[in-house]
Design a protein around this ligand. Structure first.
Ligand SMILES: Cc1ncc(COP(=O)(O)O)c(C=O)c1O
Length: 449
């Protein structure tokens, strides 16, 4: 009999939350900021691969991966060994003031994965938000312009700069006063809800028209626009992929006007879609690309990668105390080895497998409106009625909670979408378990519809 963590699938042994979990929840309610958004009471203790064990000995199959972070699974032995070795040698020195070998090593490797022939330079951060913050500054610095264009539904972070680009949920902005000026948001090409009835290939043509014929004519002269920033697959906003043509056209518009084409791959990057970057599926070459989440298997690291011709700011113009910490870099190098050698290909293969298993869901379950995404970045949109596409946020929440009680960890995204973002190492048995469990949840939730 395998131990709980060695098992491939869940084992629930107490009511949820169990007695130890309840104790932690009480402490948490007393001492933690109430701004966190916990959907269900998982109190994690240990993890291995795609399995997480809670404080009461319940084992869950993790299809959330700490918001798409634990790319190589929980505590991969090679990542753990790299962290331990580095921690025993040097924990911190600050790459802003000193040098260490692994920093340019990782930068070179990351730069080589980014599309485009020109060589790249990298600024390391502690988070996705900081990578975005750096991208805003670099775009302004490099172009000597200040206007920015972003998309409704996109999430880029919560610091005042990144939040000014974020247009996901109004609660994320409410109460925080004035944000950066000179930022305009335009609709994201959301094929399932395309206002013009287009398909997944063609949705968004009118948005580009609006950008050129309205925004550039009536609001911002394109010569004043520093950057256009987009998630190639919207994450927080509901796992919505932008059509290939749309991203290519956006790049063309940027090039035409000398605007920085900034691609936020914080959630969609690092092999999750079966390629290093979702940008590669569209054949685009960003001027600036932001990464974080899966880059270091759970250690706090982000990266802003830019073309060499773009990242030409002067010493002192940008810096960080912790960003690119040696322990995080060691974890990232081990993570890249694993993604390159097996997990990127596994993400592609298991993504195809899961999409195959879910192909009939919209036929079989009337509350499933849409199944979309790429690789192991999969969104399932829950609706009250497939014809009207009425969003069923309540049913989505019921499904997420039911899945937890059956031992499957998933997260919501957008108003009414379930996101699947498992570690990139899942196998068929785990994919099958997730499919069967979600089908059971749809049946049960469907009765409440
Ligand atoms: C696309 C995207 N950009 C930026 C961020 C912000 O990253 P972080 O939470 O690491 O600051 C996120 C986080 O969810 C994200 O999904």
């Amino acid at each position: 009999m395998p131990t709980t963590l060695e098992a491939k699938t869940p084992r629930i042994v107490t009511a949820l939350p169990g007695p130890n979990a309840k104790r932690v929840l009480e402490q948490d309610a007393k001492f933690m900021s109430p701004s966190y958004t916990r959907d269900y009471p998982l109190v994690a203790k240990r993890g291995h691969g795609a399995i997480v064990e809670d404080v009461d000995g319940n084992a869950f199959l993790d299809f959330a991966a700490g918001i798409a972070v634990c790319s190589t699974g929980h505590c991969h032995p090679k990542v753990v060994a790299a962290i331990q070795k580095q921690a025993a040698e040097l924990i911190h020195m600050s790459g802003t003031d000193f040098y260490y070998e692994s920093m340019p090593q990782l930068a070179e490797r990351l730069g080589r994965t980014m599309p485009g022939a020109e060589s790249k330079k990298v600024f390391f951060t502690n988070s996705g938000t900081e990578a975005i913050e750096g991208a805003i500054k670099l775009a302004r610095y490099a172009t000597k312009r200040d206007k920015l264009i972003a998309f409704y539904g996109c999430f880029h972070g919560r610091s005042m700069g990144a939040l000014s680009l974020t247009a996901s949920k109004s609660t994320q902005r409410k109460g925080f006063g004035a944000l950066l000026s000179g930022i305009e948001h335009i609709p994201y090409p959301y094929a399932y809800r395309c206002a013009h009835g287009h398909t997944e290939e063609t949705c968004g043509a009118e948005i580009l028209e609006q950008l050129e014929a309205q925004i550039f004519k009536r609001l911002f002269d394109p010569e004043d626009v520093a950057g256009i920033i987009i998630e190639p697959i919207q994450g927080e906003g509901g796992y919505v992929p932008a059509p290939k043509f749309f991203l290519q056209e956006l790049q063309r518009i940027c090039r035409q006007h000398g605007i920085m084409f900034i691609v936020d791959e914080v959630q969609s990057g690092m092999g999750r879609t079966g390629k290093w970057w979702a940008s590669e599926h569209a054949g685009i070459e960003p001027d600036i690309l932001c990464s974080a989440k899966g880059i270091a298997s759970g250690m706090p690291l982000g990266a802003m990668v830019a073309k060499e011709s773009v990242m030409r700011w002067k010493p002192g113009s940008h810096g960080t105390t912790f960003g690119g910490n040696p322990v995080c870099i060691a974890a990232a190098l081990a993570t890249m080895d694993l993604i390159e050698s097996e997990y990127m290909e596994n993400a592609r293969r298991m993504g195809d497998y899961l999409f195959g298993r879910m192909a009939d869901w919209t036929k079989n379950f009337k509350i499933v409106g849409d199944v979309r995404g790429r690789g192991l970045m999969i969104g399932i949109e829950i609706v009250r009625d497939q014809r009207t596409k009425e969003k069923a946020a309540d049913l989505r929440n019921v499904i997420v909670d039911l899945a937890f009680h059956k031992g499957l960890l998933v997260l919501g995204a957008g108003e009414n979408t379930i996101r699947l973002s498992p570690p990139l190492l899942i196998d068929r048995e785990q994919a099958d378990f997730a499919v069967r469990t979600l089908e059971d949840c749809f049946r049960e939730a469907g009765k409440k519809a």
